[in-house]
Design a protein around this ligand. Structure first.
Ligand SMILES: [Zn+2]
Length: 339
């Protein structure tokens, strides 16, 4: 029955990122029908970003109407600490938001159910429904992009914590003596040292101190334009500054993942987010640290896999938020405007 209806019912999945707002229209088989993407007007603040999100939802709704299909709901992946009791984004260091009400703001504009959750947990849920979850029920999804987070799946259920804030992996301290400040205000967080912005910042700092590197040429002499992608590319070509920065970041990530493996005993660890586009240079260095640090042979041998949906992991996870509700899977990992 579901197979018959799957092509006639659509879901909107939104990846509300600090760089881009990316929306997909998918059917119930998780096939993407249409996509829309806009650069996030980060500096214009919360309400402007909600307007941008609403525009994307409108465009995707129009496509649904054109194709004479039914829209079942909207799922959203959001970077930040989400309090599920209050149904609010309590703190988002990357967006610089405190206590913002997504459902209160968007809920008035759409007569559809809206569900949202923390981006990394949403990515993990997408894997659980449509990716590695077909094979594994205990895994950790690590998102390494602008920030860093972890979505932890135990016995086929996402770990939420008391109010929904479990998985803030990026804000564990990996260097207590570091003078690199994180967006959260603390010093020496994994995110500050090993995220996309952390890698770019480390490279810029070294270049400003006069270090020699191919990065200078790659950024056209404007040090502020150095990105994590450039550092990965230069490292792959053998640039020693870029290599050192990238492998240092990978080592920090490996240290963190070793701790997660020791704590949760996952069957696999899945890596997603923009930084993993660097490929083997990242995976190799992370694996090396895990094999040196994890506790026993089985922990050291935990496979590291790339995210099934690559850069679409958050949007596809957002689709799975709605899908769970439709199928009554009772994976209690989402907040809705129905509550
Ligand atoms: Zn932090």
């Amino acid at each position: 029955m579901l197979r018959l209806a799957a092509a006639d019912n659509y879901i909107i999945g939104i990846d509300l990122g600090t760089t881009n707002i990316y929306g997909v229209l998918a059917d119930l088989n998780a096939s993407i029908i249409h996509e829309e993407k806009r650069p996030t007007k980060l500096e214009e603040g919360f309400f402007s970003i909600m307007d941008q999100t609403a525009e994307i939802i409108d465009l995707l709704s129009q496509k649904t109407a054109e194709k004479k299909k039914r829209l079942c709901g909207i799922g959203m992946a959001v970077a930040g600490l989400i309090n599920k009791n209050r149904n609010m984004v309590e703190f988002s260091p990357n967006f610089h938001w405190q206590d913002v009400d997504i459902i209160g703001t968007l809920g008035q504009r759409f007569s559809l159910p809206i569900y949202f959750d923390n981006v990394t947990r949403v990515m993990a849920l997408g894997e659980l429904c449509y990716g590695v979850g077909k094979q594994y029920k205990n895994f950790v999804f690590i998102n390494i992009g602008y920030g860093i987070g972890a979505g932890i799946i135990i016995d086929g259920q996402p770990l939420l914590g008391a109010v929904g804030m479990a998985g803030e992996f990026g804000h564990i301290t990996v260097d207590k003596d570091s003078n690199t400040q994180c967006d959260c205000g603390n010093f020496g967080c994994l995110e500050a040292l090993a995220s996309g912005q952390g890698i770019a910042r480390a490279a810029r700092n070294e270049l400003k101190k006069g270090a020699q590197s191919n990065l200078l040429e790659m950024c056209g002499g404007d040090i502020n334009k150095v990105t994590a992608e450039m550092v990965a590319e230069a490292a792959k070509k053998g640039d020693s500054l870029a290599w050192n920065i990238f492998s240092q970041a990978a080592e920090y990530i490996g240290l963190g993942i070793s701790a997660l493996i020791n704590l949760f005993n996952p069957e696999v660890v899945v890596l997603g987010g923009g930084v993993i586009q660097a490929g083997e240079i990242l995976f190799d260095n992370v694996r090396k640290t895990i094999s040196a640090r994890a506790l026993n042979r089985s922990a050291r041998g935990v496979p590291l896999l790339p995210a099934t949906f690559g850069l679409k992991a958050a949007a596809m996870g957002a689709v799975s938020l709605v899908m769970n509700k439709l199928l009554n899977l009772e994976l209690e990992c989402f907040l809705s405007k129905e509550k």
